[in-house]
Structures are given as C-alpha cells and as structure tokens.
Design a protein around this ligand. Structure first.
Ligand code: PHE
Length: 442
C-alpha cells in the first residue's frame, strides 16, 4: 500500500492549521459580528467560547485525526467499527461545502477591492455606497467569485499548497505588522476612544441566547472546528508531535488577530461617524477610509489586500480539501478531477449567496438574505452540531488510555481535557442551542 503523505515538519502542520484558522473569520466576520451584536459583550463571549469550548474541540479534532491516519470517514469507521459515527465525516463534507459557497463570495469581494486598489479607484466620498454598488453588480460578483474559486481549486489540485503555506510563513507576520500600523492610525483619529469603549466596556443588555450562539459559532468558524477540517489536517501528522501546544498556539493567535482587527476597525468607525452595524461590508467600508488617512495609503492598501487574499486562500483550500479528501476517500489519482468537479459545484451553489445583495436581494429565507441563511446553516447549526459529535466521540468512544497516548500532556491536563470534552463542552453547546431555539420561538 502506498505510504500516506505526511507533513515534512512540525512547522508545516502548524502553518497549515494556523493558515486554515486565520482568515476571513478573524478579519472580516469578527468585526462585523461585533458591530451588529453590541460590541464588548460579544467580544467577551467570543473569547470565553474560544478558550473553554473551541480549544478543547480543536484538540479533539487533532487527537481523532492523528489517531485515524486516514480521511475522516475511513478514520471514524476504523475507530468505531460497525457504528454510525462515520456519518460525521459526511456531515463535515456537507457543511464545508456550504461554508465555501459563501466564503468564496467574500473572497471575490477581496479580489474586487484588490483590483480597484491597483487601478486607483478607491478614493471615493461615500465608501458604504461604493461597497453596495460593487456587491450588487451581478457580473462583477460572479466573476470575482469564479476567479477566487478557480484559485482555490488550482492550489488544491496542483499540489502547490505546500508553497502557499511556506509563503504564508512570512506573509502572515507581515499582515500582523500591517494590522498593528493600522490600529495605531485608527486609534489616533479624533474620537477613536468611543470605539475602544464599544469593544471593551460591556453593555449587558446584549447578553442573550442568540448572542451566545453567535459567539460560539464565531469561535468555531474562526478556529475551523466542527467541520473535520482540522481532523483532516491532523491525519497527516506523524506520531511524535505534541498536539496540545499546537492547539493552544492556534487559539491564541486567532484571538489576538480578531482583537487586533477590532482595534483597527472600531476606533475608525466611530471617528469617521460610520455605523458599527454596517454588516458584512464593514471592513470594506472602513479599511479604504483608514488607508486614505495614511501617506502612500494606496500602495499599502494594495499590499494589504494581497496579504488578505493569501490569508483567505489558506482557509478556503482547507475547506475544499475536506470536501475532496472525503469525497474521493484516498484514491489519489482522482484528486485533480475531484477538485474541479466539487469546486465548480460549490461555485454554482454559491451563486444565490453572491446575488443576494443585488438581483436576489428581495428573496428572504427565515427573515434574512440567502447569504445570511447559508451562514446560519453553517455557523449556527452545522458547526455546533459537528462540534458536539466530535466532542462526544473524543470523550466517550475513545478510551482515556487511547486519548492519553495521543495527547501526552501532563496527566492533570489530560484528565482536564477529557472532563471538558465529556461533560462541559457538550452541555454548553446543548444549553446554548436550546436557549437560542427558545428565544427564536418566543
Ligand atoms: N477558519 C476560517 C476563517 O476564519 C474559516 C474556516 C472554517 C476554514 C471551517 C475551514 C473550515 O477564515
């Protein structure tokens, strides 16, 4: 039998896992969720959810993935023979499929903005109106989404992803430095403190079951957990690796980048008299406005959007990777065509989401746009459900001896983690979910 591919180094795995995690979740979605859900309370709940729920599940995915050493369906069949747990793999495939269908729409917006930065067309009076005119143009959004999906497919099928991840080794730190510079610029604008207050001084009236579920969904989305992406990545990991440290690093990095994105966006939102509740367009409205306040702003903006595109692609390839690896189940030779077939299907399924800000803006599903519906289906339902199953699997199906052998942390940490994935995490997800349902029906 052919030896399975493995990461050539620890850094290869950490880069891939961090690359999958850090993307639009922290940079685009986090600020807009904070803005539409009352600021600080959401920030606080997001951090708690990431540490107490997201991190143990991330570690659970690492444990299951490495123990299985195969695609998710095969791994789960192997680890729990004759039981239905392998269905989790198919669920991960379905959720990733929908995720990527709207993720690629936003990836397309980034391409649109990059093209506009290059052709010097972002110096406009009203950024909000400008953004709306872009995303309501059907031809442009579809073309941009198609190009973004094309890039994703191309990277997954041509095996150059290693190169992409190595490139992200210096691109990510550069993005980080850009964020710090932008945060300083944003924080020194007149009236910026209002934004800091919005981020850090809690207004408890926003503390509801819905906010909690949204914060939980955001933690899962931005850590890439609950869809078996991290499980897939960990299956390529050699036995010697310590999993705990990697999981902690990815989680901390994710929180730091999210907060930094908040510190870039909100001081500027208030200083420039914009609305924090702008929605999915928030960063596209605010970032060009901040860059216009910086010498050589346009040059920096071009570099910045390129870096963002990279961060986004390292996430989108992980989504397509789950679909392809689960879809073809190890038959390597069919990888290429599978990447194209699934990629094109995902693009087609994403078309209504792409058009939901223009041609299809009147179509409402459960009171939201088609785009929102795809997000609800994944962030509020699919990912929490996937995470719940993963947690129960790691908690009860794998024995303590098995998980201890994978984890190899301090015995107290091993036991604490087992306790969390057995009881605390599943209970928290169920309670949050039920509270949301009750609020919905009230
Ligand atoms: N974590 C990625 C981001 O923040 C999104 C993602 C979710 C990627 C699930 C893979 C799986 O952009």
């Amino acid at each position: 039998m052919k030896q399975r591919d493995q990461w050539t180094s620890k850094i290869g795995f950490v880069l891939a896992a961090a690359g999958s995690a850090i993307g639009l979740g922290a940079i685009w979605k986090f600020p807009y969720m904070v803005g539409t859900n009352g600021g600080s309370v959401f920030v606080l709940l997001f951090i708690i959810c990431t540490v107490a729920i997201g991190l143990p599940i991330l570690l659970a995915e690492f444990v299951i993935g490495r123990k299985g050493q195969a695609d998710v369906v095969t791994s789960l069949k192997k680890l729990a023979p004759g039981r239905l747990w392998y269905m989790l793999g198919w669920m991960g495939l379905a959720v990733s499929f929908i995720l990527l269908s709207f993720y690629s729409v936003v990836g397309g917006w980034i391409l649109s903005y990059l093209a506009r930065a290059i052709t010097l067309r972002l110096d406009v009076a009203d950024h909000s109106e400008y953004f709306n005119s872009i995303i309501s143009n059907p031809l442009e959004v579809l073309l941009a989404q198609a190009v973004f999906m094309g890039l994703t497919i191309w990277i997954v099928q041509s095996g150059i992803r290693g190169g992409i991840e190595r490139a992200s080794r210096w691109m990510m730190p550069l993005l980080f430095i850009f964020f710090i510079i932008l945060a300083i610029r944003s924080l020194t604008l007149d009236g910026a403190m209002e934004g800091v207050r919005f981020l850090f001084v809690p207004d408890w009236s926003y503390f509801t079951g819905t906010t909690l579920l949204l914060a939980l969904g955001q933690a899962f989305f931005s850590l890439s957990v609950g869809v078996t992406a991290m499980m897939t990545y960990a299956s390529y990991l050699p036995k010697e690796e310590q999993l705990g440290q990697s999981a902690v690093n990815v989680s901390i990095l994710n929180i730091v980048i999210s907060l930094l994105a908040g510190l870039v966006i909100f001081p500027a939102v208030f200083a420039l008299g914009q609305s924090p509740a702008e929605g999915p367009g928030l960063i596209f409205v605010i970032l060009p406005a901040i860059f216009s306040q910086i010498p050589f702003g346009n040059v920096f903006m071009i570099v910045f959007f390129i870096l963002m595109l990279f961060a986004t692609l390292t996430s989108s390839i992980s989504m397509l990777e789950i679909v392809v690896s689960t879809g073809i189940r190890q038959r390597h030779e069919r990888r290429k065509s599978a990447a194209w077939v699934f990629g094109i299907l995902i693009f087609i399924v994403g078309i209504p989401s792409a058009l939901s800000f223009g041609a299809l803006s009147d179509v409402q599903i459960f009171g939201g746009s088609i785009f929102d519906f795809a997000d609800t289906l994944t962030s509020k339902i699919g990912m929490p459900l996937g995470a719940l199953c993963i947690s129960l699997f790691a908690g009860f199906v794998l024995t303590k001896a098995q998980t201890d052998a994978e984890l190899r942390m301090h015995p107290i940490m091993n036991a604490l983690w087992k306790f969390l994935v057995r009881f605390v995490v599943p209970a928290a997800i169920i309670v949050i979910f039920i509270t949301w349902i009750i609020e919905l029906s009230a």
